[in-house]
Design a protein around this ligand. Structure first.
Ligand code: NOJ
Ligand code: NOJ
Length: 462
């Protein structure tokens, strides 16, 4: 008996040490991610305000300012101003200037141009155009900047440089909003730059841009625009139902195919999750608790588990490794591999969900989320006929614990494949686990930072 007790103690203390070790690594990786992300802002040889997707210039050449990547990265820069006291004022103003230059030079498809040379000119080779998530994402982040400046009383500067109530639009935010307003129904290429059609991710960010845009329009004395933006945001919202009612028990990302890759049959795509992470806001009834989203994550996890050989490696020492997520199961880019930013997205989701559930008192179980919660609870629990988990019940607590534990497992997966020095490339090989494609992908670091922020917010909420 005594011996058994001793052994149990040993096991649990070693897993405690494991966790602590992992937690320390996460802190360290967060600092490295900040450094590496900042290194890709206005690097030598670029117009100040440029965000290179990666410093890599060949195979693949990512030495461009991608509208989508840049907006997502600048969003992180803004958030770090609040939490880390990093003053990025100069960079942010340069980013506004790069945006102005990009918009004025434009490209084959106007503001739908997905990427720019580092001197501000639009890319002029063949590419999947237009990509209409770009202007929406850019508007979202610039609106955050505008609101921040307005809160500090800088109305004039905002009016001069970001949003002025006039048509044709002459300011960066207003231009992007007008583009979204008039073009959202048009087919465009998805965020992976592969399929032209109607894409859930694009619609979700367009919807948020117009909602936020309506609020900003009010602040900038543009009431008529506020009404229009809001009305169209509602129409976009209504159109989202198409992605929810395809007869599949998950979100269907790409609809009404017009052009591009034609082998994405499942419709399953981690970008549906990114859509929620990048738009979680107060205007909407959909949130990261959405049952269909939970069903989608579960389906993705099963698919990626089966798809990637590397997912059969489930432990690093005693440390359990979460399933590595890719973009979508049929992916063939670099042979189709797991990505850091998609795996981190699941960690972020679980932590944000856990934090939210902490503040709620019941979890409603329905036919769409039942399997997700059952999987978390594991064998002894049976949710087959349950319709809710009550506050303080064993089940409720276990769900929170498991979400946290799983989030750590995804972090451990990232650690397992990351460079010794904390470097994150775009992907890691589906068979060998070694990193590949673009090194120091700025978006990978941004994804680590937002996942980390979700972790800290969750911990603070205890
Ligand atoms: C380059 C794009 O950036 C990537 O997303 C895509 O998968 C490949 N082209 C193949 O179309
Ligand atoms: C390929 C990805 O699919 C796309 O989303 C991204 O914008 C570019 N790489 C640049 O990072």
């Amino acid at each position: 008996m005594k011996i058994l007790f001793f052994i149990l103690l040993l096991i649990s203390s070693s897993s405690f040490a494991q966790n602590q070790d992992l937690r320390e690594w996460i802190d360290q990786q967060y600092q490295i991610s900040i450094q590496k992300l900042f290194a890709n802002l206005s690097p030598n040889g670029t117009l100040p305000g440029t965000v290179v997707a990666s410093p890599q210039k060949e195979n693949p050449d990512y030495w461009y300012h991608w509208v989508r990547d840049a907006a997502l990265v600048v969003d992180v820069v803004l958030s770090l101003e609040n939490t880390e006291n990093i003053n990025s004022k100069e960079f942010l103003f340069d980013f506004v200037e790069v945006t102005r230059i990009n918009q004025n030079r434009s490209g084959f498809d106007g503001l739908g141009e997905p990427k720019y040379y580092v001197n501000g000119d639009p890319y002029d080779g063949p590419w999947g155009r237009p990509q209409n998530d770009g202007p929406a994402l850019r508007a979202i982040v610039l609106i955050k900047l505008a609101n921040k400046l307005l809160d500090k009383g800088q109305f004039r500067w905002v009016q001069e440089n970001l949003y002025r109530a006039e048509l044709p639009a002459n300011t960066v935010i207003k231009k992007d909003l007008e583009y979204v307003l008039h073009k959202w129904r048009d087919a465009s290429f998805d965020l992976w730059e592969e399929i032209k059609g109607q894409n859930f991710y694009t619609r979700m960010v367009q919807r948020l841009a117009l909602y936020e845009g309506a609020e900003l329009a009010k602040r900038m004395n543009d009431p008529q625009a506020a009404i229009e933006y809001r009305n169209q945001a509602k129409s976009i919202e209504a159109s989202l139902v198409n992605h929810r009612t395809t007869g599949k028990a998950y979100l269907f990302e790409n609809l009404y195919w017009e052009e591009g890759l034609n082998y994405k049959h499942s419709g399953l795509d981690t970008s549906s999750l990114l859509a929620f992470l990048h738009t979680d806001d107060s205007f909407f009834s959909l949130s990261i608790t959405d049952s269909l989203l939970l069903a989608t994550i579960r389906e993705l996890e099963k698919a990626f588990y089966n798809e990637y050989e590397i997912n059969k490696v489930q432990y690093n020492g005693d440390q359990k490794l979460g399933v590595a997520f890719g973009r979508y199961p049929e992916d063939l880019y670099y042979n189709g591999n797991p990505w850091f930013l998609t795996t981190l997205a699941v960690a972020e989701h679980h932590l944000r969900l856990a934090k939210l559930l902490k503040s709620k008192s019941v979890i409603q179980i329905d036919d769409l989320n039942r399997d997700f919660y059952s999987d978390l609870l594991g064998i002894p629990y049976n949710l087959a006929t349950t319709d809710k988990l009550a506050e303080k019940s064993m089940e409720y607590t276990k769900v929170l614990d498991r979400l946290e534990e799983k989030a750590f497992e995804y972090f451990a997966r990232v650690r397992f494949h990351a460079g010794q020095d904390g470097r994150l490339w775009e992907q890691f090989d589906r068979n060998t686990g070694f990193m590949l494609s673009a090194y120091d992908l700025t978006w990978s670091y941004a994804a680590f930072i937002t996942a980390y922020q979700a972790l800290v917010n969750y911990e603070r909420a205890q």
